[in-house]
Write a protein that binds this ligand. Sequence first.
Ligand code: UD1
Length: 337
Amino acid sequence: MAKKILVTGGLGFIGSHTVVALQNSGFDVVIIDNLSNTTIDVLNQITDITGIKPDFESIDLRNKGKVKSFFDQYEVEGIIHFAASKAVGESMHKPLDYYENNLSTLIYLLQEMRDRKLDHFIFSSSCTVYGQADKLPITERAPVKKAESVYGNTKQIGEEIIQDSCTAYGINAIALRYFNPIGAHESLKIGELPLGIPQNLIPFITQTAAGKREVLSVYGEDYNTPDGTAIRDYIHVVDLAKAHIAALKRLIEKQNKNTYEFYNVGTGTGSSVLEIIKAFERANGVKLNYKIVDRRAGDITAAYADTTMANKELKWKTKLSLESALKSAWEWKKKQE
Ligand code: UD1
């Protein structure tokens, strides 16, 4: 039996794009997903894009027994772990659910790796671990700050759990600290599927452009930035997906310098909310109805990546423009209507 790459949360937004990238790079994939924030249809869409149906197991990773029997059944060469809850606001109301879902599942996977002497673990982390960094662009040397949200804390604690496991059990792992992933696959067969009212900027923009929301609220224009609105580093999800392949290959080919490494994955360019609105309008020839409102609690002023480390060590860099990301996000949205 060929060894497979396990992708947990492989039917989610970043997970599905990463499965496609893995298959395109010749990897055999098995997906675990509990369908809590996606649909089984994504599996067929992935199959349509690549012509290869990945194996799929509908498992909730909180079920330790099921996790164990999964590994009895499959030979796994590496794990890319996306499955997690990710709504910042919700995490503040349901801290125990978030700690359980994001950390117990991570622990069960690492326990199986330890017990079965498995290797090569890639973790979905976030630039949120830096909080408001003192210096921009943000390098990997920037200190990890006290998390502003329970969600952010699960990423910080998750990284610590992995690091300690690498030290104790000789597992090799890489955490990728994502900046703001946006866009959709060029085939328009997979993309972001936010449930309910979107919290993130781009899904809110596309829903407003589609007439589903009346007006986009711009959270604050009194930030210390050139136009007063907050700055983020928006990365095309297809570029982000490819960073996972680069990281996985680094581990499989034993190119890593430490058993635990972490990299910033962004474009290196910051855009303000108003710049994104203008760029979206320009790229797609649509007008957006927006208004300025108060700041959103917990938001930072500015974050964008220094990508030097990822470029050099992972031999990866972004190829797709902000414009193409915003175009694909809009095309994807129109296709859902
Ligand atoms: C958020 C999370 C971050 C998480 C990421 C996942 C917070 C504080 N941070 O990042 O931890 O990793 O999502 O994708 O929630 N904005 C508007 N109007 C809107 C929505 C957003 O003006 O309707 C602004 C925000 O104030 C922010 C920017 O757009 O300045 C981006 O917001 P968002 O897409 O939610 O991402 P982050 O807050 O950067």
